[in-house]
Write a protein that binds this ligand. Structure first.
Ligand code: IMP
Length: 446
């Protein structure tokens, strides 16, 4: 049982409001100091959380950003799909930078594995879609979740026993090779070779394995607090995003319950993270997208290249209907706005406030990607502030027009802003002390 209401209140989900890359890595790093545990609940090495600590840049794909804070425990929940090679590359990079991972990492024994055939499957599936590609990160994420849903997946617990792992792997591959042979006349892989090359690396996971749901619940029972770190963003959520141009997991806040194994009543707050503008990687509708030079300028100023794939991100303006949809879906307690400084140069800043279709205003965020592709976005032009906000730490230092811009977003999305990020470093952060949620929560400005 929770010892007090406040303990329950403090367990918080941090979720992307847009199509990912909102800057959650930095925000988790800033907030992690005030929680005991940081837990990832979905996705895999398709995520790329960039964190800058003392001028040193870390790109974390699987391990929650909380690992960079001494003494904090990082948990990879059952909802994550895990690629052992990616995991150990990351562990080694963090340890090379002088941060010990050691016994601060716990991995769910129920989380599913990514095997080499998942990446092969994904390449074939994307190629088969022709012009209709999803534009995935090619990390094998979708096929691993497919195997999970069709009950032929291999889980981390299977690594505890060589015989069980071998049997399950052979069985899965037999089925896959049959399909592959029927479609292309070729098999995907030889089971013995695959097991030999995969096993020794993957086995290294075993010492980190625990029943993380049980661990998290026990820790919360004794008053420890958890920050649940979402990857990707709400608009990439498998159920609620711009399907089929989505990722294959539950990126919205609800995913924290199934993906970490905690009941909804344990979560006290959901914080949404959004850029001051919008980006998207991969295919799919993007109603406020900017083409040409305007996009180029945002991309260059914002360094908008995929942290995982290096792909240039598509860029556009802040999208109110999309943010409102996300906010409602996640029932946001507060909003965090990142990368405000990227807009510093603009004389005017368009904000998408409404979608129209055939001359009518849409009152709902459409279910069909085809409809969202066709909407015309109506913009409100807001005056730019044309002075640097980079690195500011105090709301009073922000130009009035920047404050007006933030207030407009907050009013339109109907959520208070709790924090503004003005640069990649931990300290380049403005805490909004007047935000009601900030006053009520135990979170405190550092
Ligand atoms: P997948 O997750 O690799 O299957 O890719 C599905 C879609 O989600 C593609 O459009 C990817 O570009 C996008 N995506 C996946 N992970 C991220 C992320 O961390 N940031 C932004 N987009 C992502």
């Amino acid at each position: 049982m929770c010892e007090s209401f406040l303990d329950m209140e403090k367990n918080t989900v941090l979720v992307g409001v847009q199509w990912g890359d909102e800057g959650k890595g930095k925000v988790v790093d800033v907030l992690a100091d005030q929680f005991d545990i940081v837990a990832r609940y979905q996705g895999g090495a398709n995520a790329g959380h960039t964190v800058v600590v003392d001028g040193k840049k870390f790109i974390l794909q699987l391990i929650p950003s909380g690992i960079l804070r001494p003494g904090k425990i990082a948990v990879i929940g059952n909802g994550v799909v895990l690629d052992p090679e990616a995991l150990f590359c990351e562990v080694e990079a963090i340890e090379r930078a002088g941060i010990q991972v050691g016994d601060r990492l716990r991995i769910s024994d129920r989380s599913h594995l990514i095997l080499p055939y998942h990446r092969m499957h994904e390449q074939a599936a994307e190629a088969a879609r022709g012009d209709d590609k999803i534009g995935t990160t090619s990390k094998g994420i979708g096929p691993s979740y497919e195997d999970k849903a069709s009950r032929r997946g291999l889980r981390c617990c299977d690594l505890r026993d060589a015989r069980i792992f071998r049997e399950k792997c052979k069985r899965a591959l037999l089925e896959k090779n049959r399909y592959a042979a029927a479609f292309s006349g070729e098999v995907i892989a030889d089971a013995d070779q695959l097991i030999e090359s995969y096993w020794s690396q993957a086995r290294r996971i075993v010492p980190f394995l625990v029943n993380t749901a049980d661990y998290l619940n026990r820790e919360m029972d004794r008053g420890k607090t958890v920050l649940f770190e979402g990857a990707q963003g709400t608009l990439l959520d498998l159920d609620h995003g711009t399907y089929p141009f989505v990722t294959s997991s539950s990126a919205a806040a609800g995913g924290a319950c199934t993906g970490a194994g905690v009941g909804p009543t344990r979560i006290g707050a959901v914080i949404g993270v959004s850029k001051a503008y919008t980006t998207r990687v991969g295919s799919g509708p993007f109603p406020t997208e900017v083409e040409g030079q305007g996009a180029e300028l945002l991309r260059e100023r914002g360094g908008e290249y995929g942290a995982v794939t290096g792909r240039p991100r598509r860029c556009g303006w802040f999208d109110v209907p999309a943010a409102r949809y996300s906010s409602r879906l996640n029932h946001l307690s507060a909003l965090i706005i990142t990368k405000l400084d990227i807009l510093d140069h603009l004389a005017e800043i368009p904000v998408g406030v409404e979608y129209q279709l055939n001359g009518h205003t849409l009152t709902e965020f459409p279910a069909e990607a085809e409809t969202l592709e066709r909407v015309e976005t109506r913009y409100k032009m807001l005056p730019g502030w044309q002075q640097s906000t980079f690195g500011l730490r105090d709301y009073a230092q922000l130009p009035q027009k920047a404050r007006d811009y933030l207030q407009f977003i907050s009013d339109q999305v109907e959520v208070e802003i709790a924090m503004i990020s003005t640069g990649p470093g931990r300290e380049q952060t403005i805490w909004m002390e007047n935000c009601e949620w900030m006053k009520q929560t135990a979170l405190k400005q550092q």
